[in-house]
Design a protein around this ligand. Structure first.
Ligand code: FEO
Length: 170
């Protein structure tokens, strides 16, 4: 069984990952509502990825014989005023998630919980990629998003994203 504080932190992370999934689904709806189906598709897949992240944390607790406590998931309260705003919000959110995972990692290190550190290694790397993806989207939107033709091409490109399950197996 896991240390009580680590257990609390990992339980909270489950909620944060489910919230991320909710947030991205909300963003996906926003883009679909505005006929940017490629962006809608990209974020619907991102929502699936976040759901999978939550399930990995959940499974890790189960594998350790610990009890999972599912908390209420906050409703996303985004009121977007332009197409760029969700992308900036996503980057901020991913930085917040990275910090949260780093905090768990730091505490696991402090109490010499090497098993949890090893489990989190994949997430540390994944967060680096998530931040990079979000930053990339922001940059490309800045380059092409203000021109209707550029926006159309970017949207078409994002429509080709398909879901791939996380490479981490626990
Ligand atoms: Fe699972 Fe994007 O953090």
């Amino acid at each position: 069984m896991l240390d009580k504080k680590i257990l609390f932190m990992l339980n909270s992370q489950i909620n944060k990952e489910f919230y991320s999934s909710y947030l991205y689904l909300d963003i996906s709806n926003y883009y679909y509502d505005n006929s940017l189906d490629g962006f809608g598709n990209w974020f619907a897949i991102q929502a699936q990825e976040e759901y999978a992240h939550a399930m990995l944390f959940l499974k890790y607790l189960k594998n350790n014989g610990d009890k999972v406590k599912l908390d209420a998931i906050n409703a996303p309260d985004n009121k977007f005023t332009n197409f760029k705003q969700p992308l900036t919000d996503v980057l901020e959110h991913e930085i917040f998630i990275s910090r949260s995972i780093n905090d768990i990692y730091a505490f696991a290190y402090e109490i010499k919980d090497f098993k949890t550190m090893q489990f989190l290694d994949w997430f540390v790397k994944e967060q680096g990629e998530e931040e990079q993806k979000a930053e990339g989207l922001c940059k490309r939107f800045d380059l092409f998003g203000s021109d209707p033709r550029g926006l159309y091409l970017l949207d078409t490109e994002l429509s080709s994203r398909v879901y791939a399950a996380p490479s981490l197996v626990i």
